[in-house]
Design a protein around this ligand. Structure first.
Ligand code: AMP
Length: 186
C-alpha cells in the first residue's frame, strides 16, 4: 500500500510517517529529508538547492522526480511507501502515478492533516528551538507556509477529483492523530 501525507510544515507528517512506517513495515520517503541530506553532504545539487530552499521556494519538478524515482522502484514496488512532502505540483503527481503504474501500483490514500494556523505557529517555534534545521528559520517557515497554501490549491483538488483525498484533524494528540490514520488505512 502506498499513501501520501499532505499538510503544512509543522503539521506532524514526519512524526506520523515514522509511526506508520514501524507499524506497517512501509518506507517513508521525504523529499525534504533527501534534499537536506544533499545539503549536509555538500553535493553540487545540495549547494544549488539550498539557495532555493532557504527562499522557501519549491525546487524544480525534474529534480525531485529524478531524486524519488529510484526509491519508488525499490520501495513502493515492494513494501509500500508513505510519501511525505511529495507531490507538491500536478507535474509531480502525474509523474508519481506513472512511476507507480510502471509496477502495477497506485496511491491508496491521500491523507491531509489539517492544522489551525495558531497551533501551527506554536509547533514551528518548538521545532525551531529543538532542531535548528538549516532551512528552518522563522522567515523561511513563513515562506514555506505561504508556498504550501499556494501548491495545496493545485494538488488537493487533483486528488479530490479522483476521490482519493481524506481529511483528518491534525490538532489532536499524536496518539489520536495516529488512530485517525489507522482507521483510514483499515
Ligand atoms: P519539507 O521538509 O518537506 O517541508 O521540504 C523542505 C523544502 O524542500 C521545501 O520548502 C522545498 O524547498 C523543498 N522540497 C521538498 N519537497 C519538495 C517537492 N516535492 N517539490 C519541490 N520542492 C520540495
Amino acid at each position: 500500500m502506498n499513501i501520501i501525507f499532505f499538510g503544512p510544515p509543522g503539521a506532524g507528517k514526519g512524526t506520523q510517517a515514522k509511526i506508520i512506517e514501524d507499524k506497517y513495515g512501509m518506507k517513508q520517503l521525504s523529499t525534504g529529508d533527501m534534499l537536506r541530506e544533499e545539503i549536509a553532504n555538500k553535493t553540487d545539487l545540495g549547494v544549488k538547492m539550498k539557495l532555493i530552499m532557504d527562499e522557501g521556494k519549491l525546487v524544480p519538478d525534474e529534480i525531485v522526480i529524478e531524486m524519488i524515482s529510484g526509491h519508488v522502484k525499490s520501495d513502493a514496488c515492494s513494501k509500500g511507501v508513505i510519501f511525505d512532502g511529495f507531490p507538491r505540483t500536478i507535474a509531480q503527481a502525474d509523474a508519481l502515478a506513472e512511476m507507480l503504474d510502471g509496477c502495477s501500483q497506485e496511491i491508496a490514500h491521500v491523507i491531509e492533516l489539517k492544522v489551525d494556523d495558531a497551533i501551527l505557529d506554536a509547533r514551528i517555534e518548538k521545532r525551531l528551538r529543538k532542531e535548528g534545521r538549516s532551512d528552518d528559520n522563522v522567515v523561511t517557515l513563513k515562506k514555506r507556509l505561504a508556498q504550501y497554501r499556494l501548491y495545496s490549491v493545485d494538488v488537493l483538488p487533483y486528488y479530490k477529483e479522483k476521490n482519493m483525498h481524506q481529511e483528518i484533524d491534525g490538532m489532536k494528540s499524536i496518539d489520536e492523530v495516529t488512530t485517525q490514520i489507522l482507521k483510514i488505512l483499515g
